[in-house]
Design a protein around this ligand. Structure first.
Ligand code: P6P
Length: 333
């Protein structure tokens, strides 16, 4: 297959679908370039003095890894000067980050988890960067947190970079999902998978089973049926995978199907699950739906959720249509 670069893909997409205005194309290329820089920093590991924890906690109350902070800085600096953004929001920052007055402002809002799966950094397991692009509300002058609180259905682009055996960038602008592999010799993103499709059926599920005693009844019922295998009501054996990096688990599901679950549990009704809506669940739900999959919070489509807080958490069930529909059906009773 003739290999084309990310730039050529974006230009051709713009020509064919007129779905990628020049400013959005610039935004995507800037974020993609920042992910290359993050990949380089992550790849150095101990040789780059970047492993281990910083002496700080983020707004989530999680101890920050040095690479969390480095990755966040890389994305902020890369996106400040281009004139395509009005503001940014990150898992690593309590409030929104406005574009400094010395730079022009654009019409897009960018949210990101700069380095998802941090607990895997120090043990050399795949991690990633997740990003989501919204348009700033019409007539917005000074951006506020409220301007970010748009349902995921309003995203104009979303993607992730996965820093694994290969570094890959998965992207959607609403016309399907495409995957680019980083050519480290040339330093360019090369299109390697067009129009990714999640198989509707799967025999593979993804959940942190150590939380089983805390799950609500619908999840207990669903997972127990999978564990019962061919002797149970599903009459089939299932396999389980849990990387504890959402990016790695979702990338596997995009390639071979599966259902990913991070449910709410009975420990804390104020914290409905662990994953954040604005820069984890929404971008991944946009990608999964564009690849023919389904993404719900157990009750409703994730992309229909009206956000109320920048760092709000939601339960997540996403992946192969058939399985997500089964577990969502159990929630609806
Ligand atoms: P647990 C990583 O910290 C993350 O936010 C997701 O990438 C991942 O799916 C989940 O949390 C892992 O959570 O409770 O299994 O460590």
């Amino acid at each position: 297959m003739k290999r084309i670069s990310l730039t050529q893909y974006l230009v051709e997409e713009q020509r064919q679908n007129n779905s990628i205005p020049a400013e959005l194309r610039l935004l995507i290329e800037v974020v993609a370039r920042a992910c290359k820089t993050i990949s380089h920093a992550v790849g150095k590991g101990a040789l780059g003095e970047v492993l281990g924890t910083a002496s700080t906690e983020n707004v989530q109350g999680e101890v920050q890894k040095k690479l969390d902070i480095i990755s966040n800085e890389i994305l902020l600096e890369a996106n400040e000067w281009g004139g395509h953004l009005a503001a940014m929001a990150s898992e690593e920052m309590e409030t929104i980050h406005k574009i400094p007055n010395r730079y022009p402002k654009g019409e897009y809002l960018l949210t990101f988890d700069p380095l998802d799966g941090s607990s895997n950094i120090d043990v050399n397991v795949s991690i990633g960067t997740i990003f989501s692009v919204l348009k700033a509300p019409e007539g917005m002058t000074e951006p506020t947190e409220q301007d970010f609180l748009q349902p995921g259905s309003r995203q104009v682009a979303a993607g992730y970079a996965v820093y694994g055996p290969q570094t890959m960038l998965v992207l959607t602008t609403g016309n399907g999902v495409n995957c680019f592999t980083l050519d480290r010799e040339m330093g360019s993103w090369v299109l390697t998978q067009r129009d990714m499709q999640i198989p509707a059926k799967t025999r593979e599920f993804s959940i942190n089973a150590s939380n089983a005693r805390h799950w609500h009844a619908p999840v207990q019922r669903y997972v127990n049926e999978l564990l019962a295998g061919e002797t149970g009501p599903r009459a089939s054996n299932f396999n389980m995978r849990w990387v504890a990096s959402m990016v790695a688990d979702v990338h596997r599901i995009l390639n071979r199907g599966g259902i990913f679950m991070y449910p709410a549990d009975t420990r804390d009704t104020s914290m409905p699950g662990k994953l954040r809506l604005m820069y984890e669940a929404n971008p991944m739900a946009f990608i999964v739906e564009q690849a023919g999959g389904v993404a719900t919070d157990g009750q409703q489509r994730i992309l229909d959720i009206q956000p109320t807080k920048l760092h709000q958490r939601v339960p997540v069930f996403l992946g192969s249509r058939e399985e997500v529909e089964v577990v969502t059906g159990y929630h609806k009773g």
